[in-house]
Write a protein that binds this ligand. Structure first.
Ligand SMILES: C[S@@+](CC[C@H](N)C(=O)[O-])C[C@H]1O[C@@H](n2cnc3c(N)ncnc32)[C@H](O)[C@@H]1O
Length: 242
């Protein structure tokens, strides 16, 4: 039997999980050169630098990694990989600059969802986040349910790192408690680097309020814009390719 102290403790432990979001997005003053809910053609760093500080609850960032293909000496890239290789690549230093700029524009307890390749999952991201207020709070594996290429094993998954800007808290911020950390979603044929709209929609719904604005500084096929439309959120983002 729990005494009244034990009962209180058990209840307060239970309350760590909340289905309410208490975090609000502040009123925004948007830069005139970037329009919400459309594709904007721009360098993502210029975009981020134009945004007011401490203003956005959520950024989804999917860098154009090249390193893993170079490092593993893939010689047998198919046409799709050749198309990817033609996209502007980001080196580690540039990705670090993006993440520092994202940290500046997130509100306290806001989130960065960072798509990672296997190489960076294994080698770590500490050099990108060391001088920021961001900390890793979770990891989701996306099972693409489609067998891909690989020099040794064949790739079927990608990784989504969940980072939160300090102060770290889940209660009143993370409101869905049924999202599995291995997410199965097969894409209909889209761009080779498109990310799953279903997973991104669930996370946007969990980490923002209806009407909030989500940012993406390297939007590619604009899967985050699609996820924002599906969840009644606003989108602000760009890509070098438009
Ligand atoms: C992996 S893709 C993003 C895919 C996207 N998440 C989706 O679901 O379609 C990375 C994108 O970064 C873009 N990119 C590369 N360097 C950039 C930069 N400096 N500023 C903005 N976009 C950039 C590339 O053009 C590419 O479309």
């Amino acid at each position: 039997m729990l005494g009244s102290d034990g009962l209180e403790q058990a209840q307060s432990k239970k309350n760590v999980f909340s289905r309410e979001r208490q975090l609000q997005q502040p009123t925004l003053d948007l830069p005139p050169s970037f329009k919400p809910d459309v594709r904007n053609q721009s360098d993502g760093l210029i975009f981020l630098q134009s945004l007011q500080a401490t203003s956005f609850p959520l950024c989804i960032f999917d860098p154009q990694y090249r390193g893993v293909l170079d490092r593993q000496k893939y010689g047998n890239e198919g046409q799709r990989q050749k198309d990817r290789a033609r996209l502007e690549q980001m080196d580690d230093e540039l990705i670090g600059h993006f993440i520092t700029a994202i940290d500046r524009v997130l509100i306290g307890s806001g989130h960065l969802l960072l798509w990672l390749d296997k190489y960076h999952l294994c080698t770590g991201v500490s050099s990108w986040i060391g001088s920021t207020d961001l900390e890793i709070v979770d990891l989701i594996v996306w099972n693409k349910m489609r067998i891909g290429m690989g020099y040794r094993t064949r790739r079927t998954s990608e990784y989504l790192l969940v980072l939160q800007k300090k102060p770290l808290r889940a209660k009143g911020v993370w409101k869905a408690h049924d999202i599995p950390d291995v997410w199965n979603e097969k894409l209909a044929q889209r761009g080779g680097h498109a990310k799953p709209v279903g997973l991104q929609s669930r996370l946007i719904d969990c980490l923002t309020n209806p009407g909030d604005m989500v940012i993406d500084p390297a939007a590619g096929t604009y899967s985050v814009l699609e996820a924002c439309k599906a969840t009644d959120r606003h989108f602000l983002g760009c890509d070098l390719q438009g």
